[in-house]
Design a protein. Structure first.
Length: 225
C-alpha cells in the first residue's frame, strides 16, 4: 500500500470517522433522552436538540424517536449516515471489506426503516451501535496500521472532542485534554515527512469557541494543507 494518499481521500477518511462517531454519540444521547421523555421529563428531547441548534417538536416518546432519527433537520441520523456512506465509497480501497460492508449495512438499516415505515425502537439503536462498535474494534485490532488509519482515527476523536466541549465541558476537562494530546500526536505523525506543510500548533484555548476554533484550524492545516 502506498505511503501517501490524496487530499481528497484523506478528507473523506477524516469525515467518515467523524460521521460514524457522530452517529454513535447522537444515538446514545437519543436513547438517554428517550428514557427521560417516558419517565421524568417530556421536554428532554427538546433540550437535547436545542444543543444541536435544532427546534425539535414531538407529541410523545415514540414521536420523539421518529423526529430525532428521521426528522427534517441536519442532525437526523439518516442524513449523517448518507454522508458516511458517500465517504466510504470514495475511500473504499483503503477500507477492509468487513468495515465497508458494515458501513453500507448501517446506512441500509436506517434507509429501510425510513422507507418502509418500520418500527423505531431500542433494537434499531442497539443494532446500529453494535455495527459501529465492530467497525472501530476491527480498526483498533489491526496489527499493521496504515496511514489511512490515522486520518480515520483523528476524525473519530475530533468528533468526540467537539461533543465533549459542547455538551460536557466542565465535567470532562481531563478527558478533553487527553483527546487533544492524542490529536496533537496524530497530527505530528501525519506531518513529519512533509516539510512543506506549516507547523501545526497544539490545540489550546480557554473558552468553548476558542477551543473549537483552534481544533478546526489545526485539522484544516492537516487535511487541506
Amino acid at each position: 500500500m502506498s505511503k501517501y494518499i490524496t487530499g481528497n481521500v484523506a478528507t473523506n477518511l477524516y469525515w467518515l470517522g467523524r460521521y460514524l462517531e457522530r452517529t454513535a454519540i447522537t444515538l446514545r444521547e437519543i436513547s438517554t433522552a428517550y428514557d427521560k421523555v417516558i419517565d421524568t421529563d417530556k421536554d428532554a428531547g427538546v433540550k437535547l436538540y436545542d444543543k444541536f441548534d435544532v427546534e425539535l417538536k414531538y407529541v410523545n416518546a415514540y414521536d420523539f424517536l421518529k423526529e430525532a432519527i428521521f426528522g427534517k433537520h441536519n442532525a437526523n441520523i439518516l442524513n449523517i449516515l448518507t454522508n458516511a456512506r458517500e465517504n466510504a465509497i470514495i475511500c473504499r480501497h483503503l477500507l477492509d471489506s468487513e468495515a465497508f460492508g458494515e458501513i453500507i449495512e448501517l446506512h441500509a438499516l436506517f434507509l429501510s426503516t425510513h422507507n418502509n415505515h418500520l418500527e423505531i425502537d431500542y433494537k434499531l439503536i442497539d443494532h446500529a451501535q453494535s455495527l459501529i462498535g465492530e467497525i472501530w474494534n476491527a480498526r483498533a485490532m489491526r496489527e499493521n496500521k496504515a496511514l489511512s488509519d490515522s486520518f480515520f482515527r483523528v476524525g473519530k476523536i475530533v468528533e468526540e472532542a467537539d461533543y465533549r466541549i459542547r455538551f460536557h465541558e466542565e465535567e470532562d476537562q481531563e478527558i478533553i485534554q487527553s483527546i487533544f494530546e492524542e490529536i496533537d500526536s496524530i497530527c505530528e505523525y501525519l506531518t513529519k515527512d512533509h516539510e512543506d506543510l506549516p507547523k501545526v500548533k497544539k490545540v489550546k484555548g480557554t473558552t468553548q469557541d476558542e477551543r473549537l476554533t483552534a481544533l478546526n484550524v489545526k485539522i484544516d492545516k492537516i487535511i487541506i494543507g
